[in-house]
Unconditional design. Structure first.
Lengths: 392, 329
């Protein structure tokens, strides 16, 4: 008896509601609403993945077919065809399709039928170019003398090999990291450990000002100024290439790498430095041999996040990389990246067509790559902070 | 006999006195060299930032005129003497203002939950924080794809098929300023959450306790005591998100930006012209890049001034807020 009275005294009332909440149902609702709204960030990440992946699902599952060989379609069948398929058959974009009147369409149908009848069949015409082997492996297309990786979605036979784009993205990103990481790490060490406090308070916001420059402005600067200057200095062939795009990308990631590395270095307890100095180390020795090793996971996380940011950056590479999809590891060649491909080509595609789905597939892959790099960086920083706070 | 012990523990944000400078007796050349090198790297970054800004300002100043800022582009947007950027300024302003209407309520509510209600160790809190961090790292072009796939094709398509749509032409299921703003709102959500959280954490716990002690409920305390105090922080978050969104082009490429429009956007379903997108057009699609260079540079200056001014205001508010908070503590 006594026991039950005790528990009821401690219980939270009906269905977990406290007395106060029962008295104020509106308030209870309000608090539940706050919880509900705060779940929106989770919902959004989920929706982004869901809807970007959804559009690419047919390609992902191998259900799409991009074979371009068509049996000629007669005029009677044309009326029954869905408009999207008809547009595909006539090689028209959705916008062009809208503008056509019935008579022109019929004319186009006749031309197409004649074309099909006249042309000798290309051996590649029946290939489903959006199936996985053709997306990843080289293939010897008609007119080429050896198997090659080719992304060429606007030709007669749509070639969707993603390898050139991945190489392009990695190339520009590597240049960006090589340029930005040493600079921003050195700056982070200097600002957090070596500079006088007064200078530090000026330097930190000044470097972070770089983050305020819109990427389209950096792209513009790379395209108009940097490309010309670099070409005049080094005298290479193609004006826009991975080097130009990479350096501009580097500018974009310097503030990211800098502020995270600086944060990690600053979060190392001051007592570490003080102990080192007391033992007779110079400020530099304390920073290099004590603080940096303690903060090394945070520095690594900064580089990982910089990588994620660089590979996902769009406008800079779209404007400054030259956009030629060649398989080459030479940084002085014109380069086409994943992001620039999506940005440049999506507007021309038919909604639901295989080109459209391929671009969404690229988006899905990009999302997966940056999601993974964010997650890794997040975990590293979390563990580092916990460790440093535990030790301090 | 008062012996002053050195202060060993510092609150975050509190200024630490500088470490005592030891000047090594024997000159340590490695120290000198590496301190010099890291300092050089710092100044190199700042120097490059300076070069970019000076180049843009010097070249842009000549093309910048009052007429350029306040006139329309109804003649020819590539004509140096007639082109103006007013429609782009209006379009950019409209889309970011619309965006704040969506992002601030959601962002502030999330921040309130995270600081006032959530237990820091609970799994849900960690998942929310992870999601916010991840949202901040999603590439902007993926937001563009998301805007197209979700807002335009899915939500817009649903609205067209419901009573809201009219006629065979899609009314909602096409690029529009509404969808562009919503896409940007999703993108800048982490900015607002982080800034608001910071300002909520800066409010002294005693203020909340005093309010609760007077009999106010938790929600009343939050709405009437905590939120008014956090206002500067919320404003900072809003301004930072606006300055971030104002310069973004990739998310609006497919969700609402127009290459050229003869009129201003009048409805939520209209497309719009945009400053950043216009910079892209002028630098890549110009028929004669040499001739249009003055208006290109001038447009860049307008865009930069806009984003920097916003950043500057945000920094000012934040500094003032921090000072006030320090006084309160």
């Amino acid at each position: 008896m006594a026991e039950s009275r005790q528990t009821s005294g401690r219980s939270h009332g009906w269905m977990g509601l406290r007395r106060g909440h029962q008295a104020r149902p509106l308030e209870w609702l309000g608090e539940k609403a706050i919880l509900g709204v705060s779940l929106s960030a989770i919902l959004m990440v989920f929706l982004i993945f869901l809807f970007v992946a959804r559009e690419s699902l047919p390609v992902l599952l191998g259900l799409a077919d991009s074979g371009v060989y068509h049996e000629p379609v007669s005029l009677e069948e044309m009326a029954r065809m869905p408009r999207g398929e008809l547009a595909d058959y006539l090689d028209l974009s959705a916008a062009e399709m809208e503008r056509m009147d019935e008579a022109t369409l019929k004319l186009l149908m006749e031309v197409k039928a004649e074309e099909i009848a006249a042309a000798p069949e290309d051996k590649d015409a029946r290939i489903n170019t959006v199936s996985w082997p053709y997306l990843l492996l080289p293939h010897q297309w008609t007119g080429y003398d050896k198997p090659e990786f080719i992304w060429q979605p606007v030709s007669a036979i749509h070639k969707y090999n993603v390898v050139p784009l991945f190489i392009g993205s990695l190339k520009a990103t590597l240049v960006a990291l090589l340029f930005a990481v040493p600079l921003s790490l050195a700056a982070a060490i200097y600002v957090s450990q070596l500079a006088a406090p007064r200078t530090r308070e000026l330097l930190k916001p000044a470097i972070e000002m770089l983050a305020g420059i819109p990427s389209v402005v950096l792209g513009f600067f790379a395209l108009i100024v940097l490309a010309t200057v670099l070409q005049n200095t080094f005298g290479y062939q193609s004006r826009l290439n991975a080097l130009v795009a990479g350096i501009a990308l580097g500018f974009a990631i310097i503030p990211v790498v800098f502020s995270i590395a600086e944060d990690a270095l600053t979060s190392v307890p001051r007592s570490y430095t003080q102990a080192a100095l007391a033992l007779g180390a110079s400020k530099w020795q304390a920073a290099w041999k004590v603080v940096l090793p303690a903060a090394i996971p945070g520095v690594f996380a900064a580089v990982v996040l910089g990588f994620g940011r660089a590979i996902g950056e769009t406008m800079i590479v779209l404007m400054a990389s030259g956009n030629a999809s060649i398989v080459s590891w030479n940084i002085l060649d014109s380069t086409r990246t994943i992001t620039a491909t999506i940005a440049a080509e999506l507007a021309e595609t038919v909604v639901g067509g295989h080109h459209y789905r391929m671009l969404f597939l690229l988006g899905t892959l990009l999302f997966a790559v940056t999601f993974a790099s964010n997650l890794v960086a997040d975990l590293i920083i979390h563990r580092l902070k916990a460790r440093l706070e535990g030790k301090a | 006999m008062d012996v002053q012990t050195p202060q060993l523990h510092f609150e975050p944000g509190e200024r630490e006195p500088e470490l005592i400078h030891f000047r090594a007796k024997s000159r340590d050349w490695a120290s000198c060299l590496f301190t010099g090198l890291t300092g050089l790297a710092t100044w190199l970054i700042l120097g490059m930032l300076g070069v970019i800004l000076v180049n843009i300002l010097v070249n842009g100043w000549t093309g910048l005129s009052w007429r350029f800022i306040i006139s329309n582009s109804d003649q020819d947007m590539f004509d140096v003497n007639k082109a103006g950027v007013l429609p782009m300024i209006v379009g950019t302003a409209a889309r970011v203002i619309l965006m704040t209407l969506f992002v601030i309520p959601v962002g502030v509510t999330t921040a309130i939950y995270l600081t006032e209600y959530a237990r820091t160790t609970s799994l849900l809190t960690r998942i929310i924080r992870g999601a916010v961090n991840n949202l901040a790292g999603v590439p902007s072009i993926v937001f563009g794809l998301f805007g197209l796939g979700f807002f335009i094709l899915f939500v817009g398509g649903l609205m067209d098929r419901s009573v809201l749509g009219g006629g065979p032409e899609p009314r909602w299921g096409k690029p529009a300023i509404l969808w562009a703003s919503l896409t940007l709102a999703v993108m800048t959500l982490p900015v607002v959450i982080v800034a608001t959280e910071e300002s909520l954490k800066a409010i002294p716990q005693g203020l909340r306790e005093a309010s609760l002690a007077l009999g106010a409920t938790k929600l009343q305390t939050i709405l009437q005591i905590v939120l008014p105090q956090a206002m500067p922080g919320i404003m900072t978050g809003g301004i930072l998100s606006v300055s971030r969104a104002a310069g973004e082009v990739a998310p609006i490429l497919f969700t609402g930006a127009a290459y050229y429009m003869a009129s201003y956007p009048k409805a939520l379903t209209d497309q719009f012209m945009d400053l950043g997108y216009h910079v892209f057009i002028l630098s890549t699609q110009s028929p004669n890049i040499e001739q249009t260079r003055p208006i290109l540079y001038a447009t860049v200056v307008v865009l930069l001034l806009l984003t920097f001014a916003l950043n500057f205001v945000a920094i000012l508010i934040r500094t003032r807020m921090r000072k006030q908070m320090r006084a309160l503590h």
